[in-house]
Design a protein around this ligand. Structure first.
Ligand SMILES: Nc1ncnc2c1ncn2[C@@H]1O[C@H](COP(=O)(O)OS(=O)(=O)O)[C@@H](OP(=O)(O)O)[C@H]1O
Length: 359
């Protein structure tokens, strides 16, 4: 009898120990996933930190309801009115750790150009959308790192849930000869976005960036001409060559139908960011969530800024490298460039089926 009671007690103790070990195991596994979530390689993308609350909310919602919060937003027009910032503010869910069902996928949309067109502004504005997951840095996969392979490229992408659009921006893609074929080989259905801007101001903007890094180069006026006396333009000088939009677009059009290419009007992205964002959201098949409520015009900066970026209650403008003061360029050089670009612009309008109104 005594040995039976003894055995019974031993069994209970064993059971208790097993239970404690089981719970400790659960705690360790949760801690592990939490830490993996926190230390994810996305530290590259500063904005992903801003996205974390949105991500956690989306993950929590999907895990609980089996669907993405977009469905919740779609279901109610009132909710659809809510800004993405409001949707993403769910601090009580932050402790849940990273969503386990999210995966890294190849992008379904790319901002392929143009350099100095306003690509950073577009990306930063788009990432306010809860159904957009965008890489903050420029991966240059299709032009510089193609040999690393698609698995490397995928590993660069932020994690996304089903229904979220993964995207990146690398403005050089638009002018790099090899990129359309490579992108086509990855996906025939990919959506391509090109932010275009008056090629003359784009060239000056490009030059402004160059002199900020290499101040002692010749003047814009000098570099513009092959021969100043004859007035022959140096079309091979990168700031001028990039602006030959028709030339570059023709290459893309031999791989992709125009229906897969959306043009953002760079000047309107500044004067009416919400209007341009509305059209981009339509093109991407997204609900129009980023609206004029998200923007205000900052007089000091001279550009639209965000009222409330992700994860912050403070207004935010793009950094100092966006919206630089351009050097003064001789008016006759500007006019010569306008004349030079005129036929190219006409051809571009014809190919794109859109008149951008550059003089
Ligand atoms: N909201 C807002 N804030 C600041 N700047 C804005 C904005 N919207 C468009 N832009 C214009 O974006 C130009 C820079 O273009 P990109 O971001 O494509 O440049 S880059 O190619 O990534 O270097 C930048 O060119 P510069 O003015 O010549 O600096 C701006 O004119």
């Amino acid at each position: 009898m005594a040995s039976f009671t003894h055995l019974h007690l031993d069994f209970r103790r064993l059971l208790q120990k097993l239970l404690v070990m089981f719970f400790l195991g659960i705690v360790c596994v949760s801690l592990f996933y939490f830490l993996v979530g926190c230390c994810d390689s996305e530290v590259l993308e500063n904005s992903d930190i801003r996205h974390s609350s949105q991500f956690l909310f989306a993950g929590w919602y999907q895990a609980k309801n089996g669907s993405h919060p977009k469905r919740l937003i779609t279901a109610s027009s009132a909710a659809a009115e809510a800004s993405s910032a409001e949707v993403t503010k769910a601090p009580s869910f932050e402790s849940l750790g990273r969503e386990w069902t999210a995966t890294r996928k190849l992008p379904q949309a790319l901002i392929i150009g143009v350099k100095k067109g306003g690509t950073r502004a577009l990306l930063e504005f788009l990432r306010l959308h809860p159904d957009v997951r965008a890489l903050g840095s420029e991966p240059h996969f299709f032009d510089r790192h193609y040999a690393r392979g698609l698995n490397w490229y995928r590993s660069m992408m932020p994690k996304a849930l089903d229904g979220q659009i993964v995207m990146e921006k690398t403005p050089r893609y638009f002018v790099a000869a090899e990129t359309p074929a490579r992108i086509h080989a990855m996906s025939k259905e990919i959506k391509l976005i090109v932010v275009v801007r008056d090629p003359v101001t784009r060239a000056i903007s490009d030059y402004t960036q160059i002199i900020s890094k290499t101040p002692h180069i010749p003047s814009f006026e000098t570099l513009t001409f092959k021969n100043r006396t004859t007035g022959q333009i140096n079309a091979l000088w990168s700031p001028i060559w990039i602006g030959l939009y028709a030339l570059h677009l023709e290459r893309w059009m031999s791989y992709f139908p125009l229906s897969q290419i959306h043009f953002v009007h760079g000047e309107k992205l500044i004067s009416d960011p919400a209007g341009e964002l509305g059209r981009v959201q339509d093109f991407l098949g997204l609900q129009r969530i980023v609206t004029d409520k998200h923007f205000y015009f900052n007089k000091t900066k001279g550009f639209p800024c965000l009222k409330k970026p992700e994860g912050s209650s403070k207004p935010h403008c793009l950094g100092k490298t966006k919206g630089r003061v351009h050097p003064r360029i001789e008016p006759e050089v500007i006019q010569r460039l306008r004349d030079f670009y005129q036929p190219h612009n006409m051809k571009f309008y014809q190919l794109a089926g859109q008149d951008f109104g550059w003089q």
